[in-house]
Write a protein of this length. Structure first.
Lengths: 288, 415
């Protein structure tokens, strides 16, 4: 059924807005990354000089390695925990609604609130370590957030805490969508619960894994507010992520061209994650 | 009914438009003076302007080193709606002057004789292309040490340290007595503020100028620089283990409350002590970083006036004039802990530390040992300042050793 004129008319303001304000500005940033902008945008073309300077920055390499650590741990742990909680809740337990709500609540907070709360919890002087000392456990030490090497793992902890509930909800929906007949047939054949999960249900959750991965990956790459609220870049520069790098170089260090170059790299990274997914989805739609 | 509604809306719209053409007797000021002592100092200016009938629209953007504030400024200027005045330091002022979005204060400056009363080292940052673009509020300096007298007495430190080694020995005594030797906040700008004083005490003014203002590679890649970083490592051993990320006024609080013995911080820390009703000489001591008496590494807060509409120009000129008014300069700087930006302000209202600061500034101005602070944007522009921050903070956090720090610094400041 072909769309008439009215739906197209209704959608066109939004389409125009997105075209200009999202894609237009993306083009502007890409252009800026090839210029000599410092404090304010300048339009003098300098070719790939900004990219060369970008890759020479030690801060960028710190940010990239932090992103690698953060993204892999964040996605891995969130998926495993989320799936675990979903499977446990799926066992037709009594207070299923209560548990679901408890696990989903952290999603309602903004990353700033999460970051600030965890900053206090993880601070050795006022948080967990201090409480343990007060309770009598003198030798307890958890000063990760003040340690240059371990601070990034604190960011992982806070991020996983925030998003595990959401992943759990995704998996729960997926689990509930598995055909009950297959499970009954397997039970008749004498399969035990864990075998049913491992060999029948989880393989069918493929699409859920992909959705969870795409959402978590793009959140990991864009992560800025959590880092700033939790460690403000960490001891020294040790919890910088590419988003923090982009902001610092564009606005604080008056190096807009390098900042724009780093933003383009972030866009490329997100594109690598999202575009194959989009492409496969569109192919599914076209093929019926 | 509909016609009436449309008519009312149109009338309202024109009403607003009409109102904005009348002279706007308000100023919008963007700054980062949000701690107790600083806000109290700014209230003096607010009160003075309100007496002249000018409304003060405050726009504070927190963050001790001013980073967040600079971003807010950029957004406002790009949007074409700059604040009337913005607090800025050093090279940032000149960078904005280059953009051509600042107002011309030559009329006010000529009328009040600013060229004769403001020290030359400050004027370097207040003027662009011969035109006054900013009104200096104060002169802070960064090579100070603040000490809690009682803590020092309890630790057995009886005399003020005269040089670096005596300072380290005194700090170690404080540490052995069970107190925190040096209260420090592990933010890059605070690490760099200590760096200012250590560079001055290790190499003197000539090395400071050669390495960090002129960026002479031979001066940067020298044994003096390595010694500077070795001394920074000594300081590192004297701070407590929770120093990372702490705010500067929380660190001052540690000295005020007697938990720590020393703080190496600019003289805005004095504002915190005064706000806590402590008396210089009785409760706390103030002296130059040992080895730097006679030298002053300064940074001057200046209010840059942006080009605003003609309706706001009058209020803006009054603001500039009020900032450089001798009465205000004395009242403000007494509270803030800094020294007046005019050399003709009497020091009668200042406490012991303030009087010392004014005397040191006059002496340094005469002997040409008045140098711009590296940490606060008065030695090199923002991009290189942040590159220095990178190396200093990495080194202070133990990620690179002394030799690598020297090499990284040389690479970062390569022209």
């Amino acid at each position: 059924m072909r769309a008439g004129v009215l739906p197209k008319l209704l959608l066109s303001p939004s389409v125009l807005l997105v075209l200009v304000c999202v894609y237009g500005y993306i083009m502007f940033t890409i252009y800026l990354s090839f210029t000599s902008s410092t404090l304010m945008p300048s339009y003098e073309w300098t070719g790939t000089a900004s990219y060369q300077r970008l890759f020479a920055q030690e801060n960028w390499h710190v940010a990239l390695s932090n992103l690698w650590v953060f993204a892999s741990l964040y996605i891995g742990v969130a998926v495993v925990l989320g799936m675990g909680f979903a499977i446990l809740i799926d066992q037709h337990i009594r207070a299923e609604g209560v548990f679901r709500s408890i696990f989903l609540y952290p999603m309602a907070l903004s990353f700033i609130v999460t970051g600030t709360a965890w900053k206090w919890l993880l601070d050795p002087g006022v948080g967990l370590e201090h409480t343990m000392h007060d309770l009598g456990w003198e030798s307890f030490a958890f000063g990760w957030i003040k340690d240059s090497d371990m601070a990034i793992y604190c960011v992982v902890i806070a991020a996983v805490w925030q998003t595990t509930g959401f992943v759990m909800a995704l998996f729960l929906a997926g689990l509930r969508g598995v055909d009950a007949e297959q499970i009954s047939a397997a039970r008749v054949d004498g399969a035990r619960t864990w075998q049913i999960y491992l060999h029948i249900i989880i393989p069918q959750l493929g699409p859920v894994f992909v959705s969870a991965f795409v959402i978590l990956a793009h959140m990991a790459i864009k992560s800025y507010d959590l880092v700033i609220a939790l460690t403000n870049g960490g001891p020294g520069r040790s919890t910088w992520l590419p988003s923090v790098f982009m902001y610092q170089y564009s606005f604080t260090r008056n190096e807009m061209a390098i900042g724009a170059a780093s933003a383009v790299m972030m866009l490329a990274a997100i594109g690598m994650v999202v575009l194959p997914y989009l492409y496969s989805e569109m192919r599914k739609v076209k093929n019926g | 009914m509909r016609k009436k509604l449309i008519a009312t809306v149109l009338a309202g719209a024109f009403g607003f438009a009409g109102a904005s053409f009348a002279a706007d007797n308000s100023v919008e000021v963007l700054h980062w003076w949000t701690s107790g002592g600083e806000a109290a100092a700014l209230n003096v200016l607010k009160g003075n302007l309100e007496k002249q009938g000018i409304k003060w629209n405050d726009m504070p953007v927190a963050g001790g080193g001013g980073e967040a504030a600079m971003t807010a400024v950029r957004a406002r200027v790009t949007a074409g709606n700059p604040p009337t005045a913005v607090q800025m330091l050093g090279f940032d002022i000149l960078d904005w002057g280059k953009q051509g979005v600042v107002a011309d204060l030559n009329a006010v400056a000529a009328k009040e004789g600013w060229d004769k009363t403001v020290p030359a080292a400050l004027q370097k940052f207040s003027k662009y292309n011969g035109k006054w673009i900013a009104a200096p509020v104060n002169v802070h300096s960064t090579n100070w040490v603040w000490a809690n007298k009682e803590v020092l007495a309890k630790a057995g430190v009886t005399s003020d340290p005269k040089n670096w080694d005596e300072f380290i020995a005194a700090a170690e005594k404080v540490q052995k007595a069970g107190f925190i030797a040096i209260a420090h906040g592990g933010q890059p700008w605070q690490d760099a503020t200590i760096f200012d004083g250590v560079v001055l005490t290790t190499g003197g003014v000539d090395y400071y100028r050669a390495a960090f203002i002129d960026l002479d590679p031979k001066a940067i890649n020298s044994p003096t620089t390595e010694k500077v970083f070795q001394r920074m490592s000594q300081i590192r051993k004297l701070v407590d283990k929770d120093f990372s990320g702490r705010d500067w006024n929380v660190a001052s609080g540690m000295v005020i409350s007697g938990k720590a013995g020393f703080q190496i911080m600019g003289d805005w820390a004095k504002g915190e002590f005064l706000n806590a009703k402590k008396v210089p000489g009785k409760d706390f001591l103030c002296y130059r970083m040992p080895g730097t008496q006679g030298m002053v590494s300064f940074n001057s807060d200046q209010f840059v006036m942006f080009k605003v509409g003609s309706d706001k120009a009058d209020a803006q000129a009054k603001l500039a004039s009020a900032i450089l008014d001798p009465g205000f300069q004395s009242a403000f700087n007494v509270v803030k802990g800094s020294v007046p930006a005019r050399t003709d302000v009497p020091d009668t209202a200042f406490d012991a530390c303030g009087k010392k600061g004014m005397k040191d500034l006059a002496e340094a101005n005469k002997k040409n040992t008045l140098v711009g602070s590296i940490a606060h944007g008065h030695a090199v522009p923002a991009s290189q300042k942040n590159a220095i921050y990178d190396v200093v903070t990495r080194h202070f956090n133990g990620q690179i050793d002394d030799k690598k720090a020297v090499a990284d610094l040389a690479a970062a400041l390569k022209q």
